[in-house]
Design a protein around this ligand. Structure first.
Ligand code: KIV
Ligand code: ZN
Length: 511
């Protein structure tokens, strides 16, 4: 069995330092509960001496989260900060005091204007005081990657003797490179395991040159016991190490790293979406693991290969991170094989002699629309004189919609069809999309919950195309629908209907 790598999530402390991403107490609690559901080992939830709001949020989370996840809070190496940390986390079942103090020349000489010996003394004093309050104390040597090695070690030795139970080595400014950082961790680990084998060696990297994940994994390969990360890699400047990248990197290469984590990877996708939505921080579409396109395939050659066997182009199953199944994105570059796959998936069986014609019609549509989604294919098939066979479940289609705002009160009416059945529903809402979605959900009548709604502009100017993504949950399963239209209201309706149709198809398959 490989060794366990501890996972420390700092989304609610370092991640929350992103300008404009500050959460209120209720939002912090909600995110903390979701992070706990992901089964990380430790989570850092604030800097309690920085504000009363932070203090209260840390205390509320400490009271709420059970013993499975250690609750950490950060402070400087001064008694007032440590007192504040203690007060905020003492009710947690497993509290951890986190102290940070610089160790590089620039920090010692320019930030503190002290001698190296005085800074070590400060650190030792802080650790002694913290360990008189609680048994678990983490000491971070800020800017460790730019520190002189013997001074770094001298500090580590002194704070471990003073009672630190975790030593954290940060690449605070994202300066490190994997080979060098790996060597640094190897040297520290070699000495630390001789001095105090029970002390955990941790790393904390920033992404200023895009190397945070690579540096963290290099550290794991060289003996680090613990990794500090944030969801979606959010954090100061270019961000922190992305939790999902490191976790999946370790999982995919367990033999190489000689380690594993106990994170429930199936919670990654939902946690990522929740953090992005509550903090208002969009996820780059091509972001590894959690980006919208991370499991989408659009090139004809790739789609053809995947349809023959998933492992031709897929190294992990989206379900392992709790994401909706692999997506074939139909574009003008999609081959006939991919297009026919989608029509079959929708339940249509097009006679061989009609395929060339319908595929031509698809190409004309794809040239005009960039991306083609289920509803577009349905419309194409319905309006086509080409006969189609097959026993497909009746899918929902948008027939018409209407919206008004009277006295600032938005209202929407939708007319939907499912086979021969037509349903008309109307609703008021807090906004036009809220009213529209309320009316659609009412018309469909299934117990669905809207998880995510996003709108992006695909081009410039007032005639630009809007791409809308809607995600719903039904019976603990996620379904994602997309639509591209110039009319973003129509795209919003269609994206939700596409998500519902995915659910209908899945239910028909399992029936
Ligand atoms: O980047 C950093 O050095 C930190 C420490 C508090 C670990 O965030
Ligand atoms: Zn940091």
């Amino acid at each position: 069995m490989s060794r366990k790598i501890y996972v420390f999530d700092t989304t609610l402390r370092d991640g929350e330092q992103v300008p404009g991403a500050k959460l209120n107490l209720a939002e912090k609690l909600e995110v903390a509960e979701q992070i706990a559901k992901m089964k990380v080992d430790m989570m850092e939830v604030g800097f309690p001496s920085s504000s009363q709001g932070d203090f209260e949020a840390v205390r509320a989370i400490s009271r709420k989260i059970g013993k499975e996840v250690w609750i950490a809070a950060l402070g400087r190496a001064v008694q007032s900060d440590i007192d504040c940390i203690y007060e905020s986390i003492r009710e947690a079942e497993n509290p951890l005091i986190h102290i940070v103090l610089g160790s590089s020349d620039v920090h010692v000489a320019k930030k503190f204007r002290k001698t190296p010996g005085q800074v070590i003394e400060m650190g030792v004093g802080a650790v002694k005081y913290a360990s008189s309050l609680l048994p678990q104390v983490q000491y971070s040597l800020e800017d460790a990657s730019r520190s002189e090695f013997e001074y770094l070690w001298q500090t580590i030795e002194a704070v471990v003797k003073a009672g630190a139970t975790i030593i954290n080595v940060p690449d605070t400014v994202g300066f490190a490179i994997p080979e060098e950082f790996g060597k640094l961790i190897y040297r520290i680990n070699d000495r630390l395991k001789n001095l105090a084998p029970q002390v955990l060696l941790s790393v904390h990297c920033h992404n200023d040159t895009g190397l945070a994940t690579a540096n963290t994994l290099a550290a794991v390969k060289n003996g680090a016991d613990k990794v500090e990360c944030t969801i979606n890699g959010i954090g100061e400047r270019a961000g922190n190490t992305s939790l999902e990248e490191v976790i999946m990197g370790i999982q995919l290469h367990e033999a190489y790293y000689g380690g594993h984590t106990t994170v429930d990877t199936r919670q990654i996708y939902e946690t990522s979406r929740m953090v992005s939505a509550t903090m208002g921080l969009d996820i780059q579409v091509n972001k590894a693991i959690t980006g919208e396109n991370a499991f989408a395939h659009s090139s004809g050659i790739h789609q053809d290969g995947l349809l023959k066997s998933k492992d031709v182009y897929e190294i992990m199953d989206p379900e392992t991170i709790g994401a909706p199944a692999m997506e074939i994105v139909l574009t003008a570059r999609s081959g006939r094989h991919a297009f026919m796959h989608v029509t079959k998936h929708l339940g249509f069986d097009i006679p061989e002699e009609a395929v060339a014609d319908i595929y031509q019609q698809f190409l004309i549509m794809a040239d005009a629309k960039k991306e083609i989604y289920d509803n577009d294919v349905l419309t194409l098939l319905k309006n086509s004189p080409i006969p189609s066979r097959g026993t497909h479940p009746e899918l929902w289609q948008l027939i018409d919609y209407e919206m008004t705002v009277v006295n600032s009160l938005p209202w929407a009416m939708v007319k939907l069809a499912q086979g021969n059945k037509e349903v008309v529903q109307s609703q008021h809402g807090s906004g036009v999309i809220d009213a529209l979605y309320g009316a659609i959900m009412e018309a469909i009548g299934a117990p669905i919950e809207l998880i995510d709604y996003r709108i992006n502009s695909l081009s410039r100017g007032k005639g630009s195309l809007g791409k809308v993504t809607a995600q719903i949950r039904c019976d603990n399963q996620l379904f994602s629908g997309k639509a591209i239209e110039q009319d973003v209201i129509r795209a919003s309706a269609l994206s939700l209907i596409n998500a519902v149709n995915k659910m209908v198809l899945e239910q028909a398959r399992n029936y």
